[in-house]
Design a protein around this ligand. Structure first.
Ligand code: G6P
Ligand code: MG
Length: 953
């Protein structure tokens, strides 16, 4: 989306000369004569607005017939023209002449775009007509500002892309028109005048007048803020899947990958919504690709607009993280030579979570042409080759609405998709009802420089939505769209995202790459966090790809949730409630394995039952590999408990703990105590967890993995303390839980015994924690080999080979140190860092590692080393470090990034005395600030390089 400014379009009245004042005086005279109250303040609303619209505003609803209306406009115009007589070349406003000279010298073409039908006269009187490359006015287009048409018209006449053309305007309506046109703009005038625009559209570049303006100011205006925009220049088909993941947008209900609206061969268009699971072979269940709301086909004189056809003269895309908008600008030449500027904007509404909105603008650049836009709902979607939908019915609604009712083939969930299409130019809309793909068609003859705008709103509603009458999905979808329009939804979107960032932004001064990456990663988490549904949670790949089929792992609790817990706790609560609602599934899993209590699934979906595939094809797709994680990677139950305790500590949400959290922690504690294996050694007893997988999945079937054992011990200890808390404050609840979960004295005594006698291999002399029994008997691999590998070490060594070697996929011991950081001393930290870090497959092991390694490095005062790990996580998706970004966003890496900054570089801790920090910023960061929500209050933390700290709130 970065463009060099190639042209400037000036508004006339109030920008080039002070004829805005003449307009005011003319209207004032008319109003006085008619006895209509009118003031300078009232005139602000008339600024930049067409003559007839201005009169409308002036009359404020007074009934006037058409003849009188016309007479009034003529009178006002006569007064205005009288004033215009006085205009001379001396009447250019400050800075205008200098700027014209500057632009001439820089070969930047410029012109005037004014709604005034008197513009040409004014220009002649000012003596500037010979200098303008173009003059477009109230006669040039049908729709006036704030419609985008006039400025797009000017840009097309100048032969530049909308994004390459700066608009200079003094009127709010004009700035709005420029923004809608997809053009950079400069607002002239007092800040109050643009306050409403900024509220609706976000910050604008503003000055009092044009004096002293420099070329570099203008250049800067065209560059989107580099720390808020993820951009792509040029289209490269070979990167399309990576880009689809990067440009995913969503709202917590659904997310859509950044595929092109018009489609491209081989694309992976995908829209996923929480909870819409359907059955599949091998992986048991997966999120189903929803009917495609982006469905769009454009033709130009019968030629299909697609980037693999004709010639793409320009392509740029930008994801506006700050406002949750995805924009694209294309200049395309059809095979017959017709050139079209096509601008796309779309978003998943954060305020109306069922709705997606898109706007397409087509402008004919070099010749008149006939364009058609066919758009609707495409139900012919699949997950790769797997079909999930039956389409039950479809229809049209009113003048420009249509709908499709679908049902998942196995889980039998109903989904309605409804769409509403509008073309502000009012071209006729026709229907086309292909089975499974209802569409609307808009057709228009476009003159040169004329624009066709098509707005489309789409709504998804499902029978599983937590609302009354949920089954009547079609009616709900249509009702949700009724009366909505793109611009209002967009303004809500801007406001909603501004306030989200107010709560959760991290600001880094001195490192724009890190700044952008952090915001990008947080954005990707926010769009996948359920806002209004607590029966679902975030999968490992968020909602941005088919990787892991939408299944929920420990990634959510340990990596992703801390960000939400500390900044947007209502979202964390939803995802923790998912674990409560799926407790029955966890109980079934425990019972199935012959244990008491609740054992969370390694991979979890709608019900909480284990959905880890037991066998999957290997990386060559040739052989089936047995996956053991669902059987024996048991630490997840403690991870869930950890996240609940953290949530409770940060929010103080006792109600949650009493009603839900306690039951989870206590029932999973029962599992741990039952799963612990009692052994007699040298006449003494102890407890082991044998045959498990720890976080380091290069090693399976290991005994006494220290992460698992220590977290289980912590879990049991926590459960006992929690029960004491419950006994004290909520005895009735405590009694009920004791009864329900059979927590009698013998049971609790057994927990204490396990806590006291669980095997923890922690060498008191050196501080070394043994990852699992026998680890150091495995084959030693030269750290240099691991450091230089270009593939995963599991691929290099083979699954068995990695199992037999001292090479680690991801933080395991180090992970434990981070989670229980206050329980380990400096020597333990240092010894284990020195031992395990050199033999970790940092680059090609797990994407879960780098962020925690960054945090860990800070704990041993090596922030600059930490920074290297941090950037590995920061770039994971933006740079497709692992080559698998197509599968979706690495959610755990994204969440870990927040922890690396806040727990690592800032050293944030919650202590009995409240919040403390222990900064250790990377040496080139000048300043770090972030917000957290602690027990309901917003706290802002500011840290300067060198250690100055401010905690406010
Ligand atoms: C410009 C001015 C408005 C005016 C409009 C129509 O946009 O800023 O104040 O109403 O042009 O001008 P006209 O000269 O055609 O009445
Ligand atoms: Mg103006």
């Amino acid at each position: 989306m970065s463009n060099a400014i190639k042209a400037v379009v000036f508004d006339l009245d109030g920008v080039i000369t002070d004829t805005a004042e003449f307009h005011y005086q003319a209207w004032q005279r008319l109003a006085d004569e008619e006895g209509i109250p009118f003031t300078r303040a009232d005139n602000e609303f008339l600024r930049g607005v067409s003559r007839s619209e201005s009169l409308q505003l002036l009359l404020q609803g007074r009934p006037v017939d058409d003849v009188t209306r016309q007479a009034m406009m003529d009178r006002k115009n006569a007064y205005f023209q009288g004033l215009l007589e006085r205009l001379t070349p001396r009447d250019l406003l400050p800075g205008v002449a200098d700027l014209f000279d500057l632009l001439d010298r820089a070969n930047v073409r410029f012109g005037i775009a004014s709604a005034s039908r008197n513009a040409r006269t004014a220009v002649e009187k000012l003596g500037i007509d010979g200098r303008l490359a173009v003059l477009v006015d109230g006669h040039s287009v049908a729709r006036q500002k704030p419609a985008p048409d006039l400025f797009r018209h000017a840009a097309a006449r100048l032969g530049v892309l909308p994004g390459e053309c700066l608009v200079v305007e003094d009127a709010a309506a004009g700035i709005e028109a420029a923004i809608r046109a997809g053009m950079p703009c400069l607002a002239l005038g007092p800040a109050e005048r643009f306050a409403e625009i900024e509220r609706r559209y976000g910050p604008v570049w503003r000055r009092d007048d044009l004096s002293g303006i420099e070329l570099h100011d203008i250049e800067a205006a065209a560059q989107p803020a580099s720390t808020w925009w993820v951009t792509q220049e040029g289209w490269q088909a070979e990167h399309q899947h990576h880009m689809e993941t990067i440009f995913t947008t969503g709202n917590g209900y659904f997310c859509s990958r950044g595929s092109l609206e018009e489609g491209y061969p081989g694309d992976h268009a995908l829209t996923l919504a929480h909870g819409i699971f359907d059955d599949i072979p091998i992986a048991i269940t997966e999120l189903a690709n929803l009917p495609n709301w982006l469905d769009l086909m454009i033709t130009v004189d019968g030629q299909l607009f697609r980037l693999d056809q004709g010639t793409c003269l320009h392509f740029s895309r930008g994801l506006d993280l700050r406002h949750g908008l995805l924009r694209r600008q294309v200049r395309w030449q059809a095979p017959d030579g017709t050139v079209l500027d096509v601008t796309f904007e779309r978003f998943a509404s954060y305020t109306r979570e069922h709705i997606g909105a898109m706007r397409v603008m087509l402008t004919a650049v070099n010749r008149a042409c006939h364009v058609t836009v066919e758009t609707g709902i495409d139900g012919h979607v699949s997950n790769e080759d797997l079909l999930h939908w039956h389409h039950l019915a479809q229809g049209q609604h009113g003048e420009s609405g249509l709908w499709l009712l679908s049902q998942t083939r196995h889980s039998e969930l109903d989904l309605a998709t409804a769409a509403m299409v509008s073309t502000p130019g009012q071209s006729p809309v026709q229907y086309r009802q292909c089975p499974g793909q209802p569409r609307l068609i808009v057709a228009q003859e476009l003159d040169v420089a004329q624009t066709l705008q098509v707005d489309k709103l789409v709504c998804y509603t499902a029978s599983r939505d937590p609302v009354e009458q949920a089954a009547n999905v079609v009616e709900r979808a249509l009702a949700e769209l009724a009366g909505r329009d793109y611009d209002t939804l967009r303004a809500e979107q801007v406001g909603a995202w501004e306030s989200l960032w107010d709560d959760c932004d991290i600001e880094i001064e001195g490192d724009d790459e890190a700044q952008l990456a952090v915001r990008f990663n947080l954005f990707q988490l926010i769009i996948a966090a359920p806002q209004h549904d607590d029966r679902v949670s975030m999968g490992a790949k968020t909602l941005s790809g088919l990787g892991y089929r939408g299944h929920v792992f420990w990634d959510t609790e340990i990596f992703i949730l801390p960000f939400f817990t500390f900044t947007l706790p209502h979202l964390a609560r939803n995802m923790l409630m998912y674990r409560y609602h799926t407790l029955e599934g966890a109980r079934r899993k425990a019972a199935g394995n012959g244990f008491n209590g609740a054992q969370y699934a390694w991979e979890s979906a709608a019900t909480g039952d284990e959905v880890t595939p037991a066998w999957v094809p290997d990386h060559n797709g040739k052989e089936l590999v047995r996956i053991w994680t669902g059987d024996i990677e048991i630490h997840i139950s403690a991870d869930v408990a950890y996240a609940i305790m953290q949530y409770w500590q940060v929010t103080g949400d006792d109600g949650f703990m009493r009603d839900y959290g306690a039951e989870i922690i206590l029932d999973t504690a029962r599992f741990w105590a039952d799963r612990a294996e009692r052994e007699e050694v040298d006449g003494r007893h102890r407890y082991s967890f044998r045959d498990v997988i720890g976080p380091d999945e290069y090693h399976d079937h290991v005994d006494n993995n220290i992460y698992t054992n220590r977290m289980a011990q912590w879990h049991l200890q926590t459960a006992l303390e929690l029960l004491t808390w419950l006994d004290g404050l909520y005895p009735a609840h405590a009694r009920a839980l004791r009864d329900k979960l059979e927590l009698d004295d013998a049971c609790l005594q057994h927990w204490r015994d396990v806590i006291d006698h669980i095997v923890i291999h922690h060498d008191p002399a050196t501080g070394l924690l043994l990852q699992f029994e026998g680890f150091f008997d495995l084959k030693r691999i030269d750290p240099a080999v691991i450091a230089q590998t270009e593939r995963s070490m599991q691929v290099v060594l083979g699954i068995e080979g990695a199992n037999a070697s001292q090479v680690i996929k991801q933080a395991d011991v180090i992970m434990l140190l981070c989670l229980l950081r206050d329980q380990y001393d400096a020597r333990t930290w240092q010894t284990n860092w020195d031992t395990y870090m050199p033999i970790t497959d940092h680059r090609y092991g797990s994407s879960l590692g780098p962020s925690f390694h960054a945090w860990a490095a800070c704990e041993i005062d090596r922030a600059d080393d930490g920074y290297e790990h941090f950037m590995l996580a920061a770039r994971a998706d933006l740079h497709d470090v692992r080559g698998n970004a197509d599968d979706g966003i690495h959610g755990a890496s994204a969440g870990g990034l927040w922890q690396a900054v806040v727990f690592g570089f800032a050293g944030l801790r919650l202590t009995d005395d409240g919040i403390t920090v222990q900064p250790r910023l990377p040496s080139h960061w000048r300043h770090l600030s972030f917000r957290i929500r602690y027990r309901g209050g917003l706290v802002r933390v500011d840290i300067a390089q060198g250690g100055a700290v401010q905690i406010t709130g």
